[in-house]
Design a protein around this ligand. Structure first.
Ligand code: 4AD
Ligand code: MG
Length: 462
């Protein structure tokens, strides 16, 4: 007999039929004569109740069915006598796949702290909260591909190992096969990368954008969706050193088109979650963040504010708030400033544009004022920056002079510069941090809890 998933059983109308169900025991209660097992198989947040008539089973078998153990149950799907569920399983055969020692199984009780569950990330999928988070994470990944596919964007796989630093922030992990105990050196004392695997210095990518642009300038509209790596020593609830990013890149889009796409895209994802992840969201709304559903609906139903960095700075300097980090034209905005604008001043998502060129990457299109670039950051309540993007500098001379001004390694970017020599075009794109999106959609408060196995400074367990 083939197993039926619990999600299907719970909505089934086929009471009276023989079924096979398999899963992990959440709880077992009852007495000498009868036991009630709450079984979960990950297909839904809800458990199915298995009713066990003790006389029909070996006493030792029943003793071994404890929280965390894995069983297969054959039985009849019947209308439930008890409250809280509409069907249950009247067990006729039980096979114990795996015992779970009651003394040492870490998830005995309910109500463990997030820190404890992080240390037990190998088992935390078995809790209601993490089951919900990772089902939603899956649904969002699917919805991202669906959104872009339906709009005619192509999914482009950009490399993980690269020889260039897209953001120019120098926050990169080396990739090397050199013997670290015996590093080859040139006469001038520098590392001799000629003998390294690629014959040159390489890193894990911080962004697929530069290669994404090459795709957009031929295929029209592309997106990437892959892991990116940043060796920045930021120990915050919003930063990972390994995170996933979605980077659409579009030929013939100006910054306004780019903002329109970003707003439509995140609203689509929120709507998709509300329509397809209802039970999990309701659970999170009750247990993790009261008001989650309201917040999602609010963002869905309101237009984002759009304004320049310069206007934002004057709002911030005009407020009576005491800032931990100073505000002033030319300084980068910190999370506290971004969240003030979004959560207190406007009380809705904000897109800031036209930042000073000194605090943004080399590839952004330069404005005529000579001071600002066509950047955009989308700021979200509870998160701060969720998207960063820009219109790109398509003019060869301007791009080259910026690369030189910023002392970027010009010779490594020859292929990028080539696109501005051969049929250049106005184009734009942005990057959405996947985990920041999942934080927003689930109401979780720490980014370590929305990726299965977080990578942060001094932590690469599992
Ligand atoms: O603003 P960022 O650095 O932009 C880029 O990488 C551009 N190349 C994107 C583009 O235009 N194609 O990063 C984009 C987004 C941020 O807004 C944030 O959501 C997320 O990536 N992000 C991080 N998420 C988790 N941990 C980190 N350390 C992150 N750094 C950036
Ligand atoms: Mg950014």
């Amino acid at each position: 007999m083939k197993r039926t998933k619990i999600k299907e059983l719970l909505t089934s109308t086929k009471t009276g039929s023989e079924i096979l169900v398999k899963g992990w025991v959440r709880t077992k209660r009852g007495n000498r004569n009868i036991a009630f097992i709450a079984l979960n198989d990950g297909s839904t947040i809800n458990n199915i109740q298995v009713v066990v008539d003790a006389v029909k089973f070996d006493e030792n078998l029943l003793k071994d069915i404890t929280t965390g153990s894995c069983i297969a149950v054959k039985g009849k799907l019947v209308e439930s006598q008890g409250q809280g569920q509409h069907v249950e399983v009247d067990a006729s055969e039980i096979e114990l796949y795996g015992k779970s020692d009651a003394e040492s199984y870490p998830l005995q009780k309910k109500g463990h702290s997030m820190e404890f569950l992080r240390e037990n990330a190998h088992l935390r999928f078995r809790t209601n909260t993490f089951g919900a988070v990772f089902r939603i994470r899956h649904a969002m990944a699917y919805a991202i591909h669906k959104y872009f596919n339906d709009k005619g964007f192509y999914y482009l796989h950009t490399p993980i190992i690269t020889g260039s630093d897209c953001e120019g922030a120098g926050e990169m992990f080396h990739v090397t096969t050199l013997d670290l105990k015996n590093i080859p050196r040139n006469d001038d004392g520098n590392i001799d990368f000629k003998t390294d695997f690629y014959g040159k210095e390489t890193h894990l990518t911080v962004s697929g954008q530069l290669e994404g642009e090459l795709g957009a300038l031929a295929l029209g509209e592309i997106y990437t969706f892959g892991p990116t790596f940043r060796a920045e020593n930021s120990n915050t609830p919003r930063h990972l050193s390994e995170f996933w990013m979605i980077e659409p890149e579009m030929a013939f889009y100006n910054l306004d088109d780019n903002m329109d796409l970003a707003e439509e895209f995140v609203k689509y994802l929120i709507k998709y979650a509300l329509e397809n992840c209802r039970e999990d969201l309701e659970f999170l709304n009750n247990m993790i963040e009261k008001g989650l559903l309201e917040r999602l609906n609010f963002v869905l139903n309101n237009e984002f504010i759009r304004m320049t960095y310069t206007e934002a700075v004057s709002i911030l300097t005009g407020s009576s708030r005491k800032w931990e980090y100073p505000v002033g034209w030319g300084r980068d905005l910190q999370a506290e400033h971004e969240r003030y604008l979004v959560e207190e001043h406007f009380k809705r998502p904000v897109i800031l544009t036209d930042y000073p060129k000194e605090i943004k990457a080399f590839y952004m299109k330069q404005n005529d004022d000579g001071k600002t670039v066509r950047a955009m950051d989308v700021l979200f309540p509870g998160i701060g920056e969720i998207i960063g993007g820009s219109q790109r500098e398509e003019n060869y001379d301007k791009l080259l002079s910026r690369i030189r001004e910023m002392k970027m390694p010009e010779k490594d970017l020859w292929w990028y510069l080539d696109t501005r020599k051969f049929g250049t075009a106005p184009h734009s794109g942005f990057g959405l941090g996947f985990e920041r999106l999942i934080l927003f959609v689930t109401g979780m408060s720490n980014i370590r809890d929305v990726i299965p196995f977080p990578r942060t400074p001094k932590n690469a367990e599992f």
